[in-house]
Design a protein around this ligand. Structure first.
Ligand code: G1P
Ligand code: ZN
Length: 543
């Protein structure tokens, strides 16, 4: 084998505490940059000789080049086999599925999730462990430390591997197995959901529209909705993956999925709408002229899980990230199952799922999932909803409103202030943190602050402690404002303000969330001094 050891420069670009590296494409294109990070991964996981690696990405610009580099480095670093998605494509949940199904040593996923792609867009890379989930902090920290001191990396000198045809090739003694990117995932979905019931629904006068946003779920949607479930071809849109996602921002929310939103709020709207993000792990659920908040979607899925094939035996427990609304807590209480509150980020759910304490979990940021894989899963959530709709035969709006009637409504919204100067954003957070004691007991109209704290979490499985996970301002009536700095943005700083008010009064269930939360929004701006400190008083994105 023609292994080369190339001298490289150390770098330390990764944001501490994040599970991968996410940067502009141009940064990744610098000589040795990707290689340095990949070698840091391989050095941190001590690859057993002959191990198998799963490899794929969301198809964004630079995906193919990166796959070729990683294959040559995997061969030089002692891997015996790499399972790579056809054309270098694997959605994030599909990669998790492949790692688990074929028990590979781990996987490398190339994606910057919902961030824009293209030559001027973002690229990213992360490592998932053998349980199929994002590497735990002790591994990501080791990778980070390694990347600061790395001196050289190993790569073989060989021509590129053909990735478009399914089959096996040899790369200097390492097997490269190009697998169907969709088949294993579609089969897993078929084992969880009642495809016959959904087929019946889709052949009735029920109409759906799924928007793949020119990202990775296109081929998956084609196979599942059209080929396997028999939906008419107009049921899916933007299903051809493009390296720049057609110039869009592949994030399924009311702002960025506006094309779908216009259809669902327009004349002749379909009964059901859904979208997924760049790498297929996020989802947005819509009914005719109706938006389901991700927090409500999680609660509803939990409340109805038993009617769905894969969950008929019941669920062990649920988990939500701290800023996610307490709607699922109400369901857990009525089902008498545990409900965990974890910091933002999917990796915290993995331990709970591996220990069989949690079956369903979710985040307010359009992430929902279950223990079938160890990533959030966009199409899984869409299929869950279709399965519920196929059984209930009610509209999405009816299902949600009946849920509120039973459990109460957690009115919820998130306001993002993106691309702020770093110092100003840190100033807002510091100001709040320093003022906790003065805030307690303060009243604003009908709202009185009961407590304030800086969320910290102790993992009950591995004992690890994560501090400073968001500032919580809790009101006496159960309402809540949470302030957090984003960990995923690539330019400037982003402050997220999460607003939640519990509304048991069914007469108020028709109110628009922004109207119902108007006072809370003002309180948030007032106590944070956001406008004075950043010069902004309108959010960039409201979800
Ligand atoms: C955001 C979301 C968070 C999610 C993460 C990865 O992180 O808020 O819930 O886990 O993307 O998809 P943030 O930018 O807030 O740190
Ligand atoms: Zn994503």
């Amino acid at each position: 084998m023609n292994v080369q050891t190339i001298t490289s420069q150390a770098f330390s670009d990764q944001k501490p505490g994040t599970s991968g590296l996410r940067k502009k494409v141009a940064v990744f294109q610098q000589p040795h940059y990707l290689e340095n990070f990949v070698q840091s991964i391989f050095d941190s996981i001590r690859v057993p000789q002959g191990a198998t690696l799963t490899l794929g990405g969301d198809g964004r610009y630079y995906n193919r080049e990166a796959i070729q580099t990683i294959l040559k480095m995997a061969a030089a670093n002692g891997f015996g086999r790499v399972l790579v998605g056809q054309a270098g494509i694997l959605s994030t949940p599909a990669a998790s599925c492949v790692i688990r199904k074929y028990k590979t040593f781990g996987g490398i996923i190339l994606s910057a999730s919902h961030n824009p792609g293209g030559v001027d867009g973002d690229f990213g890379i992360k490592y998932n462990t053998e349980n199929g989930g994002p590497a735990p902090e002790k591994i990501t920290e080791a990778i980070f430390e390694k990347s600061k001191t790395i001196q050289n990396y190993k790569i073989i000198d060989a021509p590129d591997v053909a990735l478009d045809v399914i089959g096996e090739t040899d790369l200097a003694g390492m097997k490269v197995q190009v697998i169907d990117a969709v088949a294993d995932y579609a089969e897993l979905m078929e084992s969880l959901f009642d495809f016959n019931a959904i087929k019946d629904l889709l052949s009735s006068d029920f109409r759906m529209k799924f928007d793949a946003m020119h990202a990775v779920t296109g081929p998956y949607a084609q196979e599942i909705f059209i080929n396997r479930l028999g939906a008419p071809s107009e049921s899916i849109m933007n299903c051809i993956p493009l390296p720049d996602f057609g110039g869009g921002h592949p994030d399924p929310n009311l702002t960025y999925a506006h094309e779908l939103v216009e259809i669902i709020y327009g004349e002749h709207a379909p009964d059901f709408g859904a979208a997924s993000d760049g790498d297929g792990d996020r989802n947005m659920i819509l009914g005719k002229g109706f938006f389901v908040t991700p927090s409500d979607s999680l609660a509803l899925i939990a409340a109805n899980a038993k009617m769905v094939k894969g969950y008929a035996k019941g669920i062990a427990g649920v988990a939500r990230s701290m800023p996610t609304s307490g709607a699922v807590d109400m369901v857990a209480k009525s089902l008498d199952i545990p409900c965990f509150e974890t910091p933002t980020g999917w990796k915290f759910f993995g331990n709970l799922m591996d220990a069989d304490q949690v079956t369903l979990c979710g985040e307010e940021s359009f992430g929902t999932g279950s223990s079938h894989v160890r990533e959030k899963d966009g199409l899984w959530a869409v299929l869950f909803w279709l399965n519920i709709l196929a059984i209930k035969r009610q509209s999405v709006e009816q299902i949600v409103k009946r849920h509120w009637l039973q459990f109460g409504r957690n009115v919820y919204s998130r306001h993002d202030y993106e691309d702020l100067p770093l110092e100003a954003a840190n100033g807002v957070v510091e100001h709040l943190r320093n003022n906790f004691s003065e805030l307690v007991g303060k009243s604003f109209g009908r709202y009185t602050i009961q407590t304030c704290d800086d969320f910290s979490y102790t993992d009950s499985i591995d004992g690890s402690v994560s501090t400073k996970q968001g500032l919580r301002v809790l009101f006496t009536d159960g309402s809540r404002i949470v302030f957090r700095l984003s960990g995923t943005g690539t330019s400037g700083a982003t402050i997220r303000i999460y607003l939640e008010a519990f509304e048991p009064d069914t007469n108020k269930h028709d109110l628009d969330a922004q109207i119902a939360l108007a006072e809370m929004i003002q309180i948030a701006l007032q106590i944070s001094e956001l406008k004075q400190r950043t010069g902004r008083d309108t959010p960039t994105v409201i979800t």
